[in-house]
Design a protein around this ligand. Structure first.
Ligand SMILES: [Zn+2]
Length: 566
């Protein structure tokens, strides 16, 4: 008698091998058998007509705060993610000295756009060291597994205090040694790695670069080398300098000396141009080191809209001074008044942050209404400017009208890093490199402007089912990259594969019905903080450690998730 049998599904097992029909038997938290399963079970799930895949392992999230108060970790958990790795990009909440809590919150608020008031209200800070933070995470019941990394920002603040984010004040040798010890101890206690950010893009709430941005190669190498002698540990690095000789030299030195892997996140727009990431992946393969650039399955997108924190009229004086703080329904009715509309359209914006476009006019060719069924690989003529051109109308007026349509709930996708080719062929080419790893869903972060936590759902629906603009990719390949590969990269060899002995983390998916909704704003963070989320249909069952946690999108109440220690 098994605990659970999943019968009759089409198994895509995470190995990359062709799909096959089979049953899966589960005992306790482990898969007991995959094949023809005879006998009974306490519980049976009929998976006829459905895909059965491993649960997704998402290695790039920022649930560091949320994981201390929220057992569900939506939206990632809605999308079949059964393991998240957090502590990315050098930001997080441990170690922390009493009195430094606010600094770390403002760092997270600035870099990852998570409401500071929600973090302040939600976290109880019953830890100081990284090991104590792990214990606090472990004590809490949760639906899915969490794993984390020691963040450079917190380590620097702990050791260097107020000097941690000044550009010229480098740490002393003694301070570097102390930091290295903290990184070592955190990983020894169970963190999966160490993360750091060296990008000018990442700033705290007050616009100050994050600690570590200007850290020298000697500091980076020393912190990395602290993993030497440990049996696990990944170095996650966000950087503007990827591929530069200076950085490549110490990355290589670290990788050779420790045998550990590095995962790289590029932030500059240039990363999506030319073959930068692909070349880095190739160089790593040539040099025989494990360096894995992270990529999402589509360009990270800023969402414009009245429900988002961003749209092109946000700094028009009338909007900024009189309308910005109105509740959505009042905002929409006010914006619909012809006098208000005429006034705003006649004004000039002080919006200087034009993202990847030279002007707002140009930007309107890069903004796409998402609609009920979002299309993330649209044509040029689907842009706001394209819609206006076809209608012979002023593009700014069209943008304005679309913003107030659907009661102000429409959201607009603006791909970052440029979308000049109006197709994702570049992404497809990169996704085929074995060293390039899926990441960057940024679950739990960028609450006001980005909703990419549903990335795994997007990846399998778009790339293996819906794409018409060019070639697709095999489902088996994508499933492997979303589960086995990401798990293995972080040393989690107990998951990511549907095979006897592995953890019973799996998704039963009605693939024909698997669909992303239009993102929406909800106000469920502590103190009513807002976040953009994206709902999904089609995950019939999500099973974590042998226990169904979601059935047709509803949480079953079960909380079998754990802290993963390295
Ligand atoms: Zn990040």
């Amino acid at each position: 008698m098994h605990d659970l049998i999943i019968r009759g599904g089409t198994i895509v097992d995470g190995s990359g091998n062709p799909r096959r029909n089979a049953d899966i038997a589960i005992d306790g938290d482990r898969i007991a058998a995959v094949g023809v399963v005879a006998g009974g079970a306490h519980r049976t799930i009929d998976a006829t007509g459905c895909l059965v895949t491993p649960g997704w392992v998402d290695v790039h999230t920022h649930y560091d705060g949320q994981a201390t108060w929220d057992p569900i970790l939506a939206p990632s958990s809605w999308h079949g993610v059964t393991t998240v790795v957090m502590g990315n990009c050098g930001v997080g909440f441990a170690p922390v000295r009493p009195g430094q809590e606010k600094f770390l919150i403002e760092l997270m608020e600035g870099v990852e756009d998570i409401p500071g008031s929600a973090l302040a209200e939600g976290m109880d800070w019953r830890w100081e060291s990284f090991a104590e933070y792990l214990d606090a995470l472990e004590e809490m019941p949760r639906a899915i597994d969490v794993a984390t990394q020691v963040p450079h920002g917190a380590v620097r603040a702990y050791v260097m205090g107020e000097r941690c984010n000044t550009q010229d004040d480098l740490p002393t040798e003694d301070e570097i040694e102390q930091m290295a010890q903290i990184v070592h101890d955190g990983i020894a206690a169970g963190a999966l790695g160490f993360s750091s950010s060296r990008t000018l893009l990442h700033k705290d709430k007050h616009g100050i670069h994050v600690p570590g941005t200007f850290a020298g190669s000697d500091e980076m190498l020393a912190l990395g080398m602290s993993m030497k002698g440990l049996d696990h540990g990944v170095f996650e690095l966000v950087s503007d300098h990827l591929g530069s000789d200076d950085e490549w030299a110490w990355v290589k030195q670290f990788a050779y000396a420790t045998g550990r892997s590095v995962t790289l996140v590029a932030t500059s727009a240039g990363a999506y141009e030319g073959n930068k990431m692909f070349n880095i992946a190739e160089a790593a393969r040539r040099d025989g080191i494990e360096v894995r650039p992270q990529m999402a399955g589509r360009p990270t997108g800023v969402l414009h809209g009245l429900q988002s924190n961003f749209h092109i009229f946000m700094r028009h004086p009338t909007y900024a001074n009189e309308l910005k703080n109105l509740p959505l329904d009042q905002l929409v009715s006010k914006m619909r008044e012809p006098a208000t509309k005429a006034k705003i359209l006649a004004e000039h914006s002080t919006l200087t942050r034009t993202l990847s476009a030279a002007s707002l006019d140009e930007l309107l060719w890069q903004i796409f209404p998402l609609g009920e069924k979002p299309n993330y690989e649209p044509n040029r003529e689907d842009s706001v400017a394209g819609i206006a051109k076809r209608a012979g109308r002023d593009p700014f007026e069209v943008m304005y009208d679309l913003l107030v349509d659907h009661d102000g709930k429409e959201l607009f996708y603006q791909p970052l890093g440029g979308y000049r080719t109006y197709n994702f062929d570049f992404f497809r080419a990169n996704m085929q490199h074995p060293n390039i790893m899926f990441g960057l869903s940024d679950g739990g972060a960028h609450c006001g402007v980005i909703a990419d936590a549903g990335m795994p759902t997007f990846i399998i629906t778009h790339w293996a089912r819906d794409r018409t603009k060019g070639e697709q990719l095999p489902l088996e390949y994508l499933v492997k990259k979303l589960s086995f590969d990401t798990a293995a990269a972080y040393g989690m060899h107990d998951r990511g594969l549907l095979a006897a002995g592995k953890l019973a983390d799996l998704n039963v998916i009605d693939f024909d019905k698997l669909n992303l909704h239009r993102p929406e704003a909800i106000y469920d963070l502590p103190t009513g903080g807002k976040r953009l989320v994206q709902r999904v249909d089609g995950y019939r069952h999500i099973v974590k450690r042998g226990v169904p946690i979601f059935a047709d999108g509803e949480h079953t109440g079960a909380l079998p998730g754990k802290l993963v220690r390295g």
